[in-house]
Design a protein around this ligand. Structure first.
Ligand SMILES: O=C(O)CCC(=O)C(=O)O
Ligand SMILES: [Fe+2]
Length: 181
C-alpha cells in the first residue's frame, strides 16, 4: 500500500483502536477527532476518493428514499481482522452545517459479516444488533445521523466464496463510510 495506506490508529489516551484505517479525500484523525489534508502520524496526504467509489455511494444515496443527497469529500476505510471491533460512538466530526442538515453518511461493507450495534445511548446492552453482510449498504442520516453505533465482532470466514475467489481478499472485513464535510 502506498502513502496514506492502512495504519493502526490510536485514541487520545494512546490506546490502539482495534482496526486498521485509511482516509480518502480528507484525513480523519482519531486523536484530535478532526479532519485535515494530511495525517499527523506520517504526514501522508489523504489519497483522492476514486470517482467509481463516489458513484456507488451516490447511487445508493439517491436510491434510498428520504435522505438528502451528499457530494462525498471523505471516505474512511476501516479494515477489521477477525478480532476487530469498534465501540459505540457517534460520528459528529463533520461540519456543523452537515450535521444540522442531517446529511447522511453511507456505509458499505465488504468481506466477512459483522455484528453492528446501534442505539440512543453508549450502552451496549441497550443497543439493537444486526448483521452487516458483504455488499450491505447502511445509511445514517436525518434523525438517525447521530445514532450511537459500533461493531461488536466480526464473524470469521463468512466472506462469500465467489468474492474470495475473484479477488483474493484477505480474511476480515472492510467498511467504507462516505461523508460530506
Ligand atoms: O464498520 C462499520 O460498519 C462502522 C464504521 C464506523 O462507524 C465509522 O467508521 O465511523
Ligand atoms: Fe461511525
Amino acid at each position: 500500500m502506498g502513502p496514506g495506506g492502512f495504519y493502526r490508529p490510536s485514541y487520545k489516551n494512546g490506546a490502539k483502536i482495534s482496526l486498521w484505517m485509511m482516509s480518502l479525500g480528507k484525513n480523519w484523525d482519531p486523536t484530535t477527532r478532526s479532519y485535515g489534508p494530511t495525517r499527523p502520524i506520517d504526514g501522508a496526504r489523504a489519497p483522492a476518493i476514486p470517482e467509481a467509489f463516489k458513484m456507488i455511494a451516490q447511487t445508493a444515496n439517491s436510491t434510498a428514499n428520504g435522505f438528502p443527497q451528499i457530494n462525498p469529500d471523505i471516505c474512511i476505510v476501516n479494515y477489521y481482522t477477525n478480532s476487530g471491533k469498534l465501540g459505540l460512538h457517534q460520528d459528529k466530526d463533520e461540519s456543523e452545517s452537515s450535521l444540522t442538515k442531517g446529511l447522511p453518511f453511507i456505509s458499505i461493507s465488504i468481506g466477512d459479516t459483522a455484528e453492528f450495534m446501534f442505539g440512543d445511548t453508549r450502552d451496549k446492552d441497550q443497543a439493537t444488533k444486526i448483521d452487516l453482510e458483504s455488499g450491505d449498504v447502511l445509511i445514517l442520516g436525518g434523525e438517525s445521523r447521530l445514532l450511537f453505533h459500533g461493531i461488536s465482532h466480526v464473524k470469521t470466514n463468512t466472506t462469500p466464496t465467489w468474492l474470495k475467489e475473484a479477488t483474493g481478499l484477505r480474511p476480515g472485513r472492510i467498511n467504507l463510510t462516505f461523508r460530506q464535510h
